[in-house]
Design a protein around this ligand. Sequence first.
Ligand code: ZN
Length: 363
Amino acid sequence: MKGAFRVAKVAGIPVEVHWSFVLMGVYVIYLGQSLGMDWSTIAWLGMLVLSLFLCVVLHEFGHALTARRFGVKTKDIIISPIGGVARLEKLPEKAIHEFYVAVAGPLVNLLIVVLLLPYFFFYSLEEVRFQLATIYFSSPIQIIPFLLIGNIVLATFNLLPAFPMDGGRIFRALLSIKLGRLKATRLASLLGNFFGILMVIYAVFTQSIITGFIGIFVFLLASQEYRMVRMDETLKNHFLSEIFRPNFTRIFATDKMGRAIEEMKHGLEKNFLVFDENDEAIGVLHEMFILEAIKKKDNEGPVLEYMSRNFEGVSPSISLQTLILKMREKGYSILPVFEEGHLKGVVDVSMINNFLKLQQKVS
Ligand SMILES: [Zn+2]
């Protein structure tokens, strides 16, 4: 993601930290200073905040690893001052799988709470209460009660039954079984808007800037989830046959790159199919390859040397959702459309983008 730096890769999933996380450090120092802490206490406070974010990372791995069990990959896990997000490649197909994936995050926090409970063998409730009230720690182990409460807050906040919190996903998954995903998402996202507004009102009364920001985020992200699911539903219900182009320019393997460059400059097409002398599609020329030839001023270069053989034929009856997933996953820019063994036309990324733009205008 833009503005995020990779700090680790665990179980094949990159963990990235957004640059704004630095603000967190500034805030810790500011908070410590304004509470009159000495530098060593501020250092412990910093460690507490880092430990809390480590718990957020573990929470996200709860989602990511559960998703993997149901065949859904995670692109990355991004940590920012307002929390973490595991970016799944898609939603799990079955509602019950979504339920497990959503619930796994808060469960990790509750598990951490249970693991930290033995602290109370060593300190009485009175001592802990005093410690919490005075924000006092003299050794690393004394950040534990704060960590414990932090994890309870994380689990509780995330279980609010509204988007974009996990509780919203749990709520949506359960509703989906009866109402279908679209209606269920509409309800969960409206509830998210409602919670967002409540948080902003609460923030105004308590003059808490952070709560206000989180409220605005919750409000916006709740609507975004609905738009995404609606788009997904649209793509499921539209088919390649509606968008593919029957007329297209043929480039031949025996051509020179100069021809592809001319076609790209003077036509609307940017990606091309490449044919052999038997008029058989044998490869593709991505826009990127043509731009490379332009850069190298290689007009005489043979198309055969530039083209890629990585492509597959698609049927006009596949849904746009399947098509987009396939093209994104394999990095295709153009594909031939075949029906009963006959070449009917081509589909390229620009047609999909046009369709998406149009849908956004219509809805
Ligand atoms: Zn979560």
